[in-house]
Design a protein around this ligand. Structure first.
Ligand SMILES: Nc1nc2c(c(=O)[nH]1)N[C@H]1C(S)=C(S)[C@@H](COP(=O)(O)OP(=O)(O)OC[C@H]3O[C@@H](n4cnc5c(=O)[nH]c(N)nc54)[C@H](O)[C@@H]3O)O[C@H]1N2
Ligand SMILES: Nc1nc2c(c(=O)[nH]1)N[C@H]1C(S)=C(S)[C@@H](COP(=O)(O)OP(=O)(O)OC[C@H]3O[C@@H](n4cnc5c(=O)[nH]c(N)nc54)[C@H](O)[C@@H]3O)O[C@H]1N2
Ligand SMILES: [Mo]
Length: 771
């Protein structure tokens, strides 16, 4: 290995001085010493902007800045002093730009000018906004049907922009709304809507202060939701049990030093986070939770037989739930050997987890991508909900389900109508308020959109933020799909790979970021966002725009709508754009939950959207909270692949490193996992390394196995010995996205199965050269 690449055990707590140092480095790299510091201090304050880092709520909007490494890096990256000017971009061909790394593309800084791709010179050239809108409008209007246009959204888009965007797209005539959520928490929404009638978590931050136990499934908050560690730390300090379920030993789930707490920092003290840690197999959560449920039911039978107080909440079950008898009978019949072999935990461990659950009066269950990116994600989430229902752990203080969302407004975008399968009642209301007939036909999600672009050419792809070409599965096929388009358009702050995978024609539209002042006719505008706990609040930028020629996302939508729809639309686009509070009034007219929006959002910290399940009002088909029966799956793609092969087949989870934000790579380190200077790493159990006849530090290639028979390979990954169960592997996304088959996704919710990819390992052929 070269000198700047090191792999070592990280034995420090998460957070601490390391976090401060890492942020300082980022500030220096972005050239914003001084300016950046001011920006950072304005995040999450009543008159500041909402942190673009993640969807974790703010402890108290009126408190001083809550330090978070993740948020600080995201803000520093957006307020960078660097500029990707038209001169720079058009000095290179798209071919030359494609040869640069993702990190290089990002490091060129903020885009300043709309650009159009010129196929003859293979270069992007600057164009005016008016011309850009005319070109897009002409292409859209030339499509045989509006359903040939695809409108992607990434979850940073504000409520106001998202609302206008879905309105424009529906007036144009389609429900094709693939969304980053399709790769993220879609199964959470689907599973919970069926089970408890709302697709969102029911808990608030205050519940974390009351819970007796917090279960954390498949989440790495130390890296991805650092502010959550503050909540966990205080819960742990007051004696709440924190139980982690994760195949990998994650430092951020073990120990945390709060960079905001002077005593922690000066005395170099750290708090223990998890009181118990279960390293189950990848995809083993359903089995583990079902095992816990069995233990609870057994304990309840014993208590009943002995005339003691019942373990399950029998009144809650009788009054509020459906299907309990059938569910309990099926759960009791699930054999222990299946539970043990599929979870990778032994019976004593599962009993211990269940005992903690039973001892706790109030329980919160959190989960992240380790749960949602499998074929059986919906079933797993419903099993977690079943566990909560058994002891009435939904709809009372200190208890409930808590899917921890990613992008800072991914939940709000969905609330605003970015949905490919809209409800008829919503469409009817939208049509009444804006005097048009919205399309009824369901549209494409992310996987559906890629297939459609792949198999039928000539479409228009429009991306509102995000990095579709890189975040999606099956990289090669997805790139082909985008190249098949007549036009690809990206609204973006910075250059990324998606802009280089051009359709016949391609346009880049540079927009304001959330940290920047958004000046319209009536003055500076604020936007709103909804966090992971359904709090809606204001966000106003404070920095001058990165360039005088940027438009806000709201302006881009409004002007594109005018250019495309012309007299066809009765919506007063320019009038709405002039003052965003007018957009909020329209939102209130379409969604009852937003009544009096402009007034309510003025309260410090904003307002909470109604959550019926939290009130024990069940908007389900049965009118009750439903217990859902699911057998432990034993015929998943990994089982099938293992049956067909003699050689070892591994289950690969693709996840985030510490120095990345999804497809944005800030740096090459993954501090808490002890990896420095390298991203092409494969975390593997040491006994698996020796069984393969290899050594840590060897370079390998990975092939994924899929019944479609397509060869999918990624090359040159270094073996890193890690505390992970045998047969399981982990590596970073997006380097491994080429292994995720487009045809492999979650039942019902269609999230690509990027946390459970069957793969085989082979020695990398050019090892000598690589090392
Ligand atoms: N710094 C930073 N912050 C971010 C992001 C980022 O990229 N960088 N992304 C944002 C977004 S969009 C999202 S969705 C969130 C994502 O945040 P997380 O949900 O934390 O996402 P991941 O890092 O993909 O994976 C989380 C964990 O799942 C575990 N895991 C893998 N397979 C399994 C399994 O089968 N069972 C269990 N129990 N665990 C498993 C992995 O070991 C890992 O610890 O973070 C948001 N915040
Ligand atoms: N293999 C694998 N694949 C995954 C995942 C995984 O765990 N494993 N995770 C999935 C998940 S959870 C998600 S959410 C998706 C993420 O998918 P996306 O949301 O599509 O991807 P991001 O990398 O978050 O998008 C980053 C880009 O957004 C743009 N951007 C940043 N700020 C703004 C802004 O304010 N406005 C606009 N218009 N653009 C902006 C910049 O161009 C930046 O390059 O990836 C998914 N893909
Ligand atoms: Mo996400």
């Amino acid at each position: 290995m070269s000198k700047n690449k090191t792999i070592k055990v990280y034995d420090r707590p998460a957070g601490g001085w390391g976090a401060l140092k890492s942020v300082a480095q980022q500030i220096i790299e972005q050239g914003i010493l001084g300016k950046g510091a001011l920006t950072l201090l304005s995040a999450n304050q009543p008159d500041g902007f909402d942190c673009p880092g993640c969807a974790w709520p703010d402890a108290d909007h009126t408190s001083t800045f809550e330090f978070c490494e993740n948020g600080a890096k995201a803000v520093a990256a957006e307020s960078t002093a660097r500029r990707a000017t038209p001169e720079l971009i058009s000095s290179l061909t798209v071919q030359q730009l494609s040869e640069k790394s993702d990190h290089w593309l990002e490091a060129q800084g903020r885009l300043t000018q709309p650009m159009q791709y010129d196929r003859a010179s293979d270069k992007y050239q600057a164009i005016s906004w008016d011309l850009a809108f005319d070109v897009i409008a002409a292409r859209l209007n030339a499509l045989p049907t509006p359903d040939d246009a695809i409108f992607y959204t990434s979850g940073r888009t504000s409520n106001e922009a998202a609302f206008l965007y879905q309105l424009f797209v529906r007036e144009f005539g389609t429900n094709n709304f693939p969304d980053c959520s399709n790769m993220c928490h879609e199964p959470s929404g689907f599973a919970m809507r069926e089970a408890i009638g709302v697709g969102k978590g029911t808990v608030l931050l205050s519940d974390f202060q009351q819970a007796d136990a917090i279960l954390i499934f498949g989440q790495n908050p130390g890296t991805n939701h650092p502010r959550m560690l503050g909540e966990l730390r205080s819960a742990s300090k007051r004696g709440a049990a924190i139980v982690s379920f994760n195949p990998l030993r994650e430092r951020g789930l073990e120990k945390f030093q709060n960079p905001q707490n002077a005593i922690d920092m000066l005395t170099d003290q750290a708090s223990t986070i998890s009181s118990d840690y279960f390293q189950l197999k990848i995809g083993g959560d359903l089995a583990a939770v079902k095992g816990m449920i069995k233990c609870v039911l057994e304990a309840d039978q014993q208590a009943q037989a002995a005339g003691r107080q019942r373990i399950i909440d029998i009144e809650f079950i009788a009054e509020h739930t459906a299907n309990f008898e059938q569910f309990a009978t099926e759960a009791m019949a699930e054999p222990w050997d299946v539970i043990v072999s599929e979870s990778g935990l032994d019976k004593a461990q599962i009993q211990r987890a269940a005992d903690t659950y039973m001892r706790a009066g109030k329980v919160i269950a959190c989960w992240g991508m380790g749960i949602t990116q499998h074929k059986h994600s919906v079933a797993t989430i419903q099993m977690i909900v079943n566990l909560l229902l058994l002891r009435g752990n939904i709809g009372r203080p200190g208890a409930g389900p808590c899917p921890v969302r990613g992008h800072s407004n991914v939940q709000g975008d969905r609330t605003m109508g970015i949905v490919e399968k809209p409800k008829a009642a919503f469409l009817e209301r939208l049509g009444q308020v804006f005097d048009f007939t919205p399309p009824q036909k369901h549209g494409h999600d992310t996987v559906g959109a890629i297939s459609a672009m792949l198999h039928e050419g000539g479409k228009v792809f429009f991306g509102m933020g995000g990095n579709f070409a890189t975040a999606t599965p099956d990289t090669e096929l997805t790139h082909q799909a985008l190249k098949n388009c007549a036009l690809t358009v990206h609204v973006t702050t910075k250059l990324n790979r998606s802009h280089l995978i051009c359709g016949q024609d391609a346009i880049i539209l540079p927009c304001l970021g959330r940290t920047e002042i958004d000046m319209q006719e009536s003055g500076a505008q604020a936007v709103t966002v909804e966090d992971s706990m359904s709090m809606v609040h204001l966000s106003s930028g404070i920095n001058p725009p990165a360039s005088g020629n940027l438009l806000s996302e709201v302006a881009i939508v409004a002007r594109l709508a005018q250019a495309t729809l012309k007299e066809r639309s009765k919506t007063p686009w320019a009038w709405l754009l002039a003052d965003y509070s007018r957009i909020r009034d329209k939102i209130a007219a379409v969604f009852d939950d937003f009544a009096d929006f402009n007034e309510r959002v003025k309260a410090p910290g904003g307002f909470h959207l109604r959550n019926t399940a939290a009130e024990r009002v069940w908007m389900t088909a049965t009118g009750k909270a439903n217990f859902n029966t699911h057998a432990v799956p034993v015929d998943l793609p990994i089982h099938q692949a293992r049956r067909q092969r003699q050689s070892p087949v591994f289950n690969l989870a693709t996840m985030r490193s510490h120095d990345q934000y999804n497809t944005t790579i800030y740096g090459m380190n993954d501090r808490y996992r002890g990896v420095f200077g390298e991203r092409r790493v494969l975390f593997i159990n040491k006994d698996d390394i020796s069984a393969l006849g290899m050594r840590a530090g060897d370079w390998v290639d990975l092939d994924s196995l899929c019944e479609d028979g397509i060869k999918r390979q990624v090359r040159r990954f270094i073996l890193v010995e890690y505390n992970i169960p045998r047969g399981c592997l982990a590596a970073y996304f997006p380097e491994t996205n080429g292994l995720v088959p487009l045809s492999s996704f979650a039942d019902h919710a269609r999230t690509p199965t990027s946390k459970s990819i069957p793969v085989v390992i082979s020695r990398h052929a050019e090892q000598a050269v690589a090392v």
